[in-house]
Write a protein of this length. Sequence first.
Length: 416
Amino acid sequence: MKSAILVKRNDPRSEDEKNMLQLNELRELAEAAGYEVMCELTQTRHPDRKFHLGRGKVDELAQMVVHLKPDKIIFHNPLSTMQIYNISEICRCEIIDKFQLILEIFATRATTHRSKLQVELARLQYELPRARAVISILKKDERPGFMGLGGYEDSYAQDIKNRMTRIRSELETIQKDNEALRIHRHSKGFSLVALAGYTNAGKSTLFNALVDENVESKDMLFTTLLPTTRSLNVEGRDVLLTDTVGFIEDLPHWMVDAFRSTLDEIFLADVVLLVVDSSEDLENIRKKLLVCHETMWDQLQDVAIVTVFNKIDLIEEDELTERMSSLGYLAPNPVAVSAKSGFGFDELKAQIHDLLPKWERISLSFPMSEKAMSIVAWIFDEGLVHNIKYGKDISIDFEARDKIINKAISLAAELS
Ligand SMILES: Nc1nc2c(ncn2[C@@H]2O[C@H](COP(=O)(O)OP(=O)(O)OP(=O)(O)O)[C@@H](O)[C@H]2O)c(=O)[nH]1
Ligand SMILES: [Mg+2]
């Protein structure tokens, strides 16, 4: 097993609970990446100054490295190339920050071609601005293996750019195929429902329970890296339900870009199910909801959101009531469920049904013919048929989205 020393951030100005979330999160991320955490060190923010790691702290760190021999030192805050170089020089140990750690997790989770490409793109995007600085440092002082970049030449940055271009165009091709499929599904009358939420909230578990599928779900961060879609019947209407990658605080824009195609599933949805782990305390819930809303903010227009308070089997009823009622606009259309026990699914489905693009109900009748029969078959495909009578005329009473209704009316008029 790999081992690591963590260097956390302690900000005396921020409220304690927010601090705690960050401290725990780094440990969770490190464990998710497969590190044994040997020791946690705290770095304190000086008033009116950025996080500063004094010489004394770095020496303390170097001492720890001698004793504990970790594989890596992991910093919560982003580090400049110069900082990474200086600290690793003194400590004689590889240094990474939170985002490199997330990339490591993504790299181990990525199993399909598409997710591997996305991870590679994110890694290159992170590396590009650092490449030049690293090269100039390396030139001064030949250090093979430093950040895994030893021995690279000036063309390194250009090489990164070329690889990014290639990956982008390959992802675009995959994307186009998916988009065509999605447009096709939309035109077939399916509405799209997407699961979104902070990592580990229980999206995949809920997805599985709703569609009775076995998508991997684990008590780990970032278990899901690719969207998975299945059809689901909601009170008589077929919708397509999609499971997506989880959000996390400070998700940098380059990483969001790389995972754009995954997030598109959310942005194109008719209804978003925003899943919340309700077993966490109110401050954590509030903070994670904020992260989710901020990540989705720009792209979500006219999309209905259902806030799904999941894992209610883990808490008392009064705790749930307090949490559901204190979040206001951060938690629109709240529904309480347990993905584990299935509690609340009926209410959830009713809520989804209410928010789906409206269908209308109509009765049509037209003379029986071969053409008429093919129209009937098409209506069965696209809508929900309540009643049908076959005779010299066919009378059909059905529900569908307005586009389908309008087309059916004009087809019926042609026949009559
Ligand atoms: N007790 C309880 N545990 C749950 C419930 N729903 C999910 N979990 C657990 O929460 C953990 C995370 O679940 P996932 O479904 O993998 O979470 P996710 O949101 O898909 O996570 P990522 O894919 O990493 O973003 C797993 O250990 C689940 O068993 C629930 O209703 N009750
Ligand atoms: Mg998942």
